[in-house]
Design a protein around this ligand. Sequence first.
Ligand SMILES: Nc1nc2c(ncn2[C@@H]2O[C@H](COP(=O)(O)OP(=O)(O)O)[C@@H](O)[C@H]2O)c(=O)[nH]1
Ligand SMILES: [Mg+2]
Length: 321
Amino acid sequence: MGIRHWFKRKDAQQASPSSQSQQRLEDGLNRTRHRLWDRWSRDSTQTHRDEQLTHWKTALLSADVGPALTDRIISNLKTQLPQYPAPDQTIICLKNLLYAHLEQYEKPQIEQSASTVCSILIVGINGAGKTTTIGKLAHYFTQQGASVLLAAGDTYRAAAIEQLKIWGQRQSIPVIAQTQGADSASVIFDALQAAQARNIDVLLADTAGRLHTQHNLMQELTKIKRVMHKADSTAPHETWLVLDGTLGQNSLTQAQEFHETLNLTGLIMTKLDGSAQGGSLLAITEHLNLPIRFIGVGEQTEDLQVFNSRRFIDALLTAPP
Ligand SMILES: Nc1nc2c(ncn2[C@@H]2O[C@H](COP(=O)(O)OP(=O)(O)O)[C@@H](O)[C@H]2O)c(=O)[nH]1
Ligand SMILES: [Mg+2]
């Protein structure tokens, strides 16, 4: 019985970034980069360390990195830098500290027996980007050589079912759906059984958006997990929360509550292309201690990237044009 390493298959597309996708990441993070780099001058070689650090402190806070992490980074910089560091030295030091922080939240692998369907449950609030992300993930896994099946578990709106079907049709990927108002857990249960019968590699299950404060709707998600478990005692293998990057750290409480109820195994942050607060990704990882699996940097199929901490920091700390 083999073990699957979805993100590291030998025959898969190389995970190492092309310069094109790094460019896309930089472009996506443009707003956050402007926040970080605003008023920074590379020519200020004679600027005292403290003055440079005042700049970076304000910059990190305005990019929503959060006060606790920002303070820690700044006080570490203070001990590491000479009194008059070259601005580039400051940036290299800053990058290294941020790498060290973020690296631990990178987990680019799912390890699982190859004989079972890898079932991934996608949850989050309305409009976070769940359905779109599932469409992009379907593409990603297909590129990795996996067969994929989608479950239209958002049964609240007919449009949501339709939206997922369109993603499926575009990529010739089967979608298991019922009609609007159907029981979400039973749609996902049927889909999991279908995936087992068809020997599918990856099941991606969509769910309706909900707020962490809506108790009954949160309970519905635990029911979905329970029902999946009936079809496969190891399912769901992953439960990923999709976070809207434009909300910055405002997502924190929401994420904590989802984690408490569902025991999440990862996060996906979307809309980093529309956010000036991409730094919140750093703060949120720290508070939740959960890996970031993917990030979304646009609405197209290819605007989803396996999260790579170094690439993310490099893109953030590349001055905007
Ligand atoms: N700019 C941008 N828009 C996104 C991204 N991901 C999703 N969206 C858009 O966000 C909106 C809501 O997405 P949807 O998948 O329907 O959210 P859901 O309610 O969580 O399923 C749609 O207009 C998507 O095109 C992203 O990474 N970047
Ligand atoms: Mg949706």
